[in-house]
Design a protein around this ligand. Structure first.
Ligand SMILES: [Zn+2]
Length: 398
């Protein structure tokens, strides 16, 4: 028996006025998700704990059974790992954006016009040398990861990203009184200054200015984190694990847990086939489907309904698999279209498979699943419940 966990990012929502006070999941036509709910056991999940607004990263850590309260120090390390930087325990990592600033360092565009190719810029920045630390960089369009490796560093450093336009770049400041935090803040300041000098006069930006495009002339850093040790997934669960995702942060979590990472196909049905193929080689597959979250962030319930119906078609490909194996479908947090950001509401979950004790619930949505047999659980409970159903958990006691 194998296990497939489908995490629909930001799927859960609150009742939406324009949808007749239904959530997008209630309003959408979801015959396959409903079939799995009927064949399975359902419930609601606090991704981290009641009322806590989980990030995708902390929630996915919890779903994989890694206590985010113990292992999470910031998003930087997971982003960096997801972008392919080989990390070591103790490295300090930031998520950065290529941004546009004016001559007074006032941020004009936090994504530098969503610049697509930053490979030449990253190459130029690799020439920066800092005393006593090794600098590592990777980028994916305007997104970038920055890593400092060396002794005497700390992740207790504030963001240089002001998280807004029309304001000046923030100075990197130590967040505690340690010499390590002061030194790291100084090093980040020095790196930012030199990066700005290099980017300002780089020919890529000269060309962009000539074409009326915003230059990518600053790296805004945020989410400093120290690279944590995640116990190897295979060693921990005696299951070979893989992950299919599109976002760097989720791929990074899987990579740091020693799981195989597979780049997701764009098309949902192709993605389902990719998952079933991957499951021929591994025992456990985590799939992250990002698009519902984006619709939530864009305040678009109509778009979210469309995404949910596409996800439902994809889930249709898993109905046979769920006869002999276990399939979990859940959301990692709520992203209400009314709010445009994550909230701390509970999310629905279903577990379908050969030996689940079914309940009365026949629909997969926020309110129906609240009546399910799993009742209310936490993200950290998913793996133990799954291991138990797979008859892989160890007995506690005699
Ligand atoms: Zn998420």
């Amino acid at each position: 028996m194998k296990a497939l966990v489908v995490v629909c990012d930001g799927l859960a929502d609150r009742p939406v006025k324009t949808l007749g006070r239904r959530t997008p999941l209630e309003a959408a036509d979801t015959p396959h998700l409903d079939e799995l709910a009927e064949r399975g056991i359902t419930g609601i999940v606090d991704p981290v704990a009641p009322g806590i607004r989980a990030g995708s990263d902390t929630s996915h850590l919890a779903i994989l059974g890694y206590d985010p309260c113990k292992v999470y120090t910031g998003r930087g390390p997971f982003e960096a790992a997801g972008m392919g930087i080989e990390l070591r325990e103790g490295d300090i990592a930031w998520r950065c954006n290529f941004a546009t600033v004016d001559k007074n360092l006032v941020v004009e565009d936090r994504r530098a016009g969503r610049i697509e190719d930053t490979s030449e810029l990253i190459d130029a920045l690799r020439s920066i040398r800092l005393e006593g630390v090794e600098v590592k960089l990777a980028s994916l369009a305007y997104r970038c990861a920055l890593v400092f490796r060396g002794k005497g560093l700390s992740h207790m450093v504030s963001d240089t990203d002001p998280h807004a336009t029309g304001v000046k770049v923030h100075p990197a400041q130590p967040l505690d009184n340690s010499a390590e935090a002061r030194r790291t803040a100084q090093l980040l300041e020095e790196f930012s200054k030199r990066a700005h000098e290099i980017l300002e006069k780089h020919e890529v930006n000269t060309r962009r200015r000539k074409h009326g495009l915003p230059p990518a002339n600053y790296l805004l850093a945020r989410g400093a984190g120290v690279v944590p040790t995640l116990e190897d997934f295979h060693r921990r669960y005696r299951m070979r694990g893989a992950c299919i995702a599109t976002t760097a942060i989720i791929k990074g979590i899987a990579r740091l847990a020693g799981m195989k990472v597979i780049e997701a196909e764009k098309d949902y049905i192709a993605r389902a086939k990719q998952a079933l193929l991957a499951l021929e080689d591994v025992d456990f597959l985590l799939m992250n489907i990002k698009e519902a979250d984006e619709a939530g962030h864009d305040h678009s319930p109509e778009r979210k309904v469309e995404v949910i119906e596409a996800i439902d078609a994809m889930v249709g490909e898993f109905l046979d698999f769920a006869e002999e194996n276990y399939v979990v479908v859940m959301s990692d947090h709520t992203t209400p279209c009314s709010v445009g950001d994550h909230t701390g509401d509970v999310v629905p979950v279903l577990i379908a498979g050969p030996e689940v004790r079914t309940d009365e619930v026949t629909q997969f949505n926020e309110r129906a699943c609240a009546k399910g047999g799993l009742n209310r659980i936490r993200g950290m409970d998913i793996m133990p419940i799954l291991l138990d159903l797979l008859n892989k958990s160890e007995k506690f006691g005699a």
